[in-house]
Design a protein around this ligand. Sequence first.
Ligand SMILES: [Zn+2]
Length: 78
Amino acid sequence: MIQVFIYAIIAIGFVILLKIASKNKSKWGIHLKRVHCPVCQTKQPIVRMPKNGSQALWGGTTCPKCHTNLDKYGNVIP
Ligand SMILES: [Zn+2]
């Protein structure tokens, strides 16, 4: 029974950490909303095809219209 309790605390702590990370827009955060390309205002597709390891790992996308690299929050990656 105590094990279930410990798992619950770990799970809750994990969710809180993810929420904090998402708030700070760190790469550990989760951002599920569709972003718009800041360069050409194109809505990015829901299903993203990672073009490199960083995109696969941390999220982010490459704009299909102007090929700008965006992170998962829609910020331009230089
Ligand atoms: Zn674009």
